[in-house]
Ligand binder design. Structure first.
Ligand SMILES: [Zn+2]
Length: 288
């Protein structure tokens, strides 16, 4: 990484893209049990990321690290040949800390596009990794919040999130001030009132520019918690019936019984260690 200039780390997920409503057909390719529809949303994903880069660059950002963060396709969704040439792209799996690979204290601002609402909410394709619940010191975190927690320990604030209206509202409640772009209004877990991508791109560009300016003005705070972090998580109910996943997670280093079936406690002084634990849980569940 360059040590001068302004660096932006962009996590690219897919469920919260403009137009996306259906997991089974739109979020994975034919080879992984999905459909050809996925190809169209890969292009929308790439263009949403490019819009964020263009806006950030217009406000003075100079370096752009993009982490492909959608696991349904083992983190290979962005079309590299269509990605802004100023970006560095992290793609493929396995990779450490899943959605925060390569995050480091030299990054100035963290952004997420295509984000989805937390497990147990009404959001479109709402979920959180392999969990039904995930808390740090009693505070509920969605996937965006977990990335903000890992970045926060490095002094990096989450400054922009885009997705449906459930995601943007819950993330503002979790993190405090940040720029949000609401690309669709939830009707059900698989239906939404959507804004066309062509209108979303300029919204993302403008929000990313505002986010960089506001970061430079010191308006956003990194998400931090008191140490030691007490991380409580419950695996998705479908996994708690799967003895293999439950047993494997229970044997991960440092993981303690959480007092309920499929629930665990992990106590640590390191957010990065929490990220590595997430990685091990994903590895267990994705079985690539
Ligand atoms: Zn995803």
């Amino acid at each position: 990484m360059q040590r001068t200039g302004f660096s932006v780390y962009i996590i690219a997920d897919m469920e919260g893209l403009s137009g996306v409503v259906r997991n089974q057909t739109e979020m994975r390719p034919v080879a992984r049990g999905g459909s050809e529809e996925h190809e169209r949303f890969r292009e929308i994903l790439t263009r949403e990321v490019n819009a964020v880069i263009a806006g950030a660059r217009a406000a003075g950002a100079t370096q752009f690290i993009v982490n492909d963060g959608h696991g349904g396709t083992l983190f290979r969704n962005i079309l590299p040949e269509q990605l802004d040439p100023d970006a560095i792209l992290i793609r493929g799996y396995p990779k450490p800390i899943v959605m925060s690979t390569g995050m480091n204290p030299m990054v100035d601002a963290l952004m997420i596009v295509g984000a989805h609402a937390n497990a147990g909410t009404a959001g479109v394709i709402a979920h959180s990794f392999a969990f039904d619940s995930f808390t740090v010191n009693g505070t509920v975190l969605n996937e965006t919040g977990i990335a903000a927690f890992i970045g926060g320990e490095m002094g990096v604030p989450m400054v922009l999130a885009s997705g449906d209206d459930v995601l943007t509202a819950e993330t503002q409640a979790m993190l405090g001030p940040l720029e949000v772009v609401t690309v669709k209004r939830v009707v059900s877990r698989a239906a939404a009132i959507t804004i066309p991508p062509a209108r979303v791109y300029p919204m993302l560009r403008d929000a990313a520019a505002r986010a960089v300016r506001r970061t430079r003005a010191g308006e956003f705070k990194p998400l931090t918690f008191q140490k030691p972090y007490r991380v409580r998580f419950c695996l998705r109910a479908s996994f708690t019936r799967d003895d293999w996943v439950r047993t494997t997670v229970s044997r991960l280093s440092g993981v303690q019984d959480g007092g309920a079936p499929g629930c665990f406690l992990y106590v640590t002084d390191s957010a990065e260690a929490v990220g590595n634990l997430l990685n091990e849980v994903e590895w267990t569940v994705l079985k690539p």
